[in-house]
Design a protein around this ligand. Structure first.
Ligand SMILES: *[C@@H]1O[C@H](CO)[C@@H](O)[C@H](O)[C@H]1NC(C)=O
Ligand SMILES: *[C@@H]1O[C@H](CO)[C@@H](O)[C@H](O)[C@H]1NC(C)=O
Ligand SMILES: *[C@@H]1O[C@H](CO)[C@@H](O)[C@H](O)[C@H]1NC(C)=O
Ligand SMILES: *[C@@H]1O[C@H](CO)[C@@H](O)[C@H](O)[C@H]1NC(C)=O
Ligand SMILES: *[C@@H]1O[C@H](CO)[C@@H](O)[C@H](O)[C@H]1NC(C)=O
Ligand SMILES: *[C@@H]1O[C@H](CO)[C@@H](O)[C@H](O)[C@H]1NC(C)=O
Ligand SMILES: [Zn+2]
Ligand SMILES: [Zn+2]
Length: 615
């Protein structure tokens, strides 16, 4: 096997000295260095159909895989490429089709994407080495003008006709053009299924000035859209007949927040007016959960988690179209690691006599992407080690008071490390919203990457001097009831939390039974529309303890004083002002009562803690 360096032509402008491996050198063929894949997992297999999909979403830069203490997610982008290449060949050899789809959000949440300026300049190129059949963008490609320009130049130009966005526009010079194709009509290679596809972003309104999002409900009124639907619902010509409508995009497939307008359901009802009987398949994203849903028996919807933890699989068996017995749609959430990837290939390939446990698994392209990622991480200095995290600190797995609860670590040890800007002896409360923490802190090396993973947000602190007894009432006030604290960058995190809470609250025991089997590893036990059998690997359940809206540290440095400096991130300020004006009947608090208190991020404070305690 000769490994050539694909990475050379793609990346040579950005990084020099790319390491390559040939048959005389040791080949890196196990995800990123230092990791191992899980073993002896108990699997549920994929059920292939005439049309098969592999789906990713909300990857947020995690192309190196999960480096700390999470065997289930140790696959990297190269492993995924090796898998999808074989998967495609094997299913095609059975005369079946495969489509590879991504639903957007490729920035924010991992050092590989976030350490560069502009953000994503390396990671987008890595992402784009996967040969997607259909691709679109998420809200994280729209916050910042630089991201959007880069996404347009690197990704739309790369994927061309495969880049679809029905409701996002880009300002090119002076004119507005579509962010990719508005729709795509195509026929599958093997089964010759005719598919009409659209891609939608949810009604996101914080887009930058070079872009705009047209809400779905507006698209439903547009002539071109309805004329296209009419043409295919009432075909004058056999070649206009459809086998499937495919909607993929960046929008949750279950409306957990029932106050909101359900955009996807509105779209579905609109489509059904034209196509009462046609199969419709949705792929969603944004709320970062594994999910499957059905609006009716002839449609289904899949959402494939986040952060390269999940590769979503869905198949459609058109032959079963009119039978009530067998399911038309089959879904599976594949854990993103080499053991899962190899298992599923071995299952479909048994008749070919191929054994993917041996060397057959890694493709040249997969290997060169893996080694390129290793190289890029080291060139970007993401491998720099600040210290060693002794055990897992988790957002939801332990009660708030537990020593391994991440929020507890933050409030008791980390927040007090914020530098004093003025009075060293002042009493202090430092309050953060739980949504500003994005991910758990796993045992292992604390590298430059870890900071971006746990809390990538750049904010500045502000403070207000308050009477102690008033200040102490703020945290309980904000944690009462359904009070919502949202930063636009954090909304998806909130949604995820909220959807878990909703499941807890509204399903009253209808979540999956707790699995507690010592021979199984902890992992996702996904509850969806069809029940609890969607995950490809049998896992032990991870306990879930909801976290409060906000947490705070309290430092009493001056016992005599009845005053306290109350310190918060600037974007939380409006909520503090509202709380104060409600708690203090004669209060008239406003922005101008707050003053600047430094710009260290929660990530900076965490590094301070790690260097002082774990290095
Ligand atoms: C952690 O750092 C050590 C020392 O540099 C290294 O040998 C090991 O491979 C690293 N572990 C991971 C998972 O990267
Ligand atoms: C589709 O379903 C039919 C009936 O259950 C079955 O005979 C056939 O093998 C299925 N096709 C595929 C590709 O799985
Ligand atoms: C039907 O569509 C095919 C392919 O687009 C085209 O070649 C043909 O002329 C059409 N026939 C009619 C009657 O419009
Ligand atoms: C990597 O980052 C660390 C910490 O910021 C710094 O001390 C070190 O000099 C950096 N190394 C390189 C090669 O840039
Ligand atoms: C509250 O403060 C604002 C300006 O900070 C002032 O215009 C307003 O009159 C005050 N209202 C009361 C009731 O004191
Ligand atoms: C943070 O504040 C310091 C001192 O005021 C300033 O020098 C630095 O540029 C600021 N950093 C950021 C990222 O705003
Ligand atoms: Zn996301
Ligand atoms: Zn999103």
């Amino acid at each position: 096997m000769v490994i050539t360096c694909l990475s050379l032509f793609l990346f040579s402008l950005l990084l020099s000295n790319i390491q390559c491996y040939d048959q005389d050198q040791k080949v890196i063929n196990l995800q990123q260095p230092g990791l191992s894949e899980p073993s002896n997992s108990i699997f549920k297999d994929l059920i292939l159909g005439e049309l098969n999909f592999l789906h990713t979403s909300d990857t947020h830069g995690w192309y190196a895989g999960h480096l700390n203490n999470q065997d289930s997610f140790t696959g990297d982008w190269g492993d995924f490429i090796s898998f999808s290449t074989h998967f495609q060949k094997l299913t095609n050899s059975l005369g079946l089709d495969v489509l590879l789809i991504d639903s957007g959000d490729k920035h924010d949440g991992n050092g590989l994407s976030d350490i560069t300026i502009p953000n994503g300049i390396i990671s987008t190129r890595i992402f784009n080495t996967q040969s997607y059949d259909l691709i679109t963008l998420g809200n994280h490609e729209l916050y910042n003008e630089d991201y959007s320009i880069q996404e347009f130049e690197l990704s739309v130009n790369h994927f061309k006709d495969n880049y679809i966005s029905t409701n996002v526009e880009f300002k090119d010079q002076e004119s507005w053009i579509n962010f990719g194709q508005k729709f795509k009509l195509f026929e599958t290679k093997f089964q010759k299924k005719k598919i009409l596809t659209f891609s939608f972003l949810f009604n996101f309104q914080k887009f930058n000035s070079r872009t705009r999002v047209i809400p779905i409900k507006e698209i439903l009124k547009q002539d071109w859209f309805n004329e296209l639907l009419l043409k295919h619902s009432n075909p004058k010509n056999d070649s206009d007949k459809l086998d499937l409508i495919l909607i993929f995009g960046h929008i949750p497939i279950t409306n957990h927040n029932h106050d909101d307008e359900d955009e996807l359901l509105a779209l579905h009802l609109h489509l059904r007016k034209f196509f009462p009987n046609l199969l419709i398949q949705y792929f969603g994203a944004h709320s970062h959960i594994r999910d499957f849903n059905q609006f009716d028996s002839k449609s289904s919807a899949l959402q494939s988690g986040r952060y390269c933890e999940t590769l979503g699989f869905l198949s459609i068996n058109f032959t079963n179209y009119n039978s009530d017995k067998d399911s038309i749609f089959n879904r599976r959430y594949i854990d993103f690691n080499r053991e899962s990837f190899k298992h599923h290939l071995n299952k479909i390939s048994s008749f070919h006599d191929l054994d993917f446990n041996q060397l057959e698994f890694d493709t040249e392209k997969g290997l060169s992407i893996s080694s390129y990622i290793t190289h890029a991480r080291s060139q970007l200095n993401l491998t720099f080690i600040y210290g060693n995290i002794p055990k897992n600190y988790m957002m939801y797995e332990y009660p708030l008071d537990h020593e391994q609860n991440l929020y507890n670590l933050l409030r008791s040890e980390v927040l007090p490390l914020l530098s004093y800007t003025n009075d060293q002896v002042a009493n202090r409360i430092i309050l953060i919203n739980s949504g500003s923490i994005r991910y758990d802190l796993f045992r292992g090396n604390f590298t430059k990457d870890t900071e971006f993973i746990v809390s990538p947000f750049k904010n500045k602190w502000e403070f207000i001097k308050l009477p102690l007894n008033l200040a102490l009432q703020i945290e309980p006030y904000l944690n009462r009831g359904d009070f919502i604290l949202l930063n636009e960058l954090q909304s998806q995190n909130y949604l995820k939390r909220n959807s878990q809470l909703q499941e807890f609250k509204s399903l009253g025991g209808k979540t999956c039974p707790i699995v507690n089997n010592p021979s199984l590893k902890k992992g996702y036990v996904t509850f969806d529309y069809l029940g609890c059998d969607g995950d490809d690997v049998n896992h032990n359940s991870i306990p879930f303890y909801p976290s409060p809206n906000v947490i705070q540290s309290l430092e009493i440095n001056d016992e005599e004083s009845q005053q306290i400096d109350f310190i918060v991130y600037d974007f939380v300020k409006p909520h503090i002002i509202a709380a104060l004006n409600s708690l203090d009947p004669i209060g008239n608090y406003s922005n101008k009562d707050f003053k600047y208190y430094g710009n260290e991020t929660t990530g900076d404070l965490l590094i301070k803690y790690v260097v002082e305690n774990w290095s």
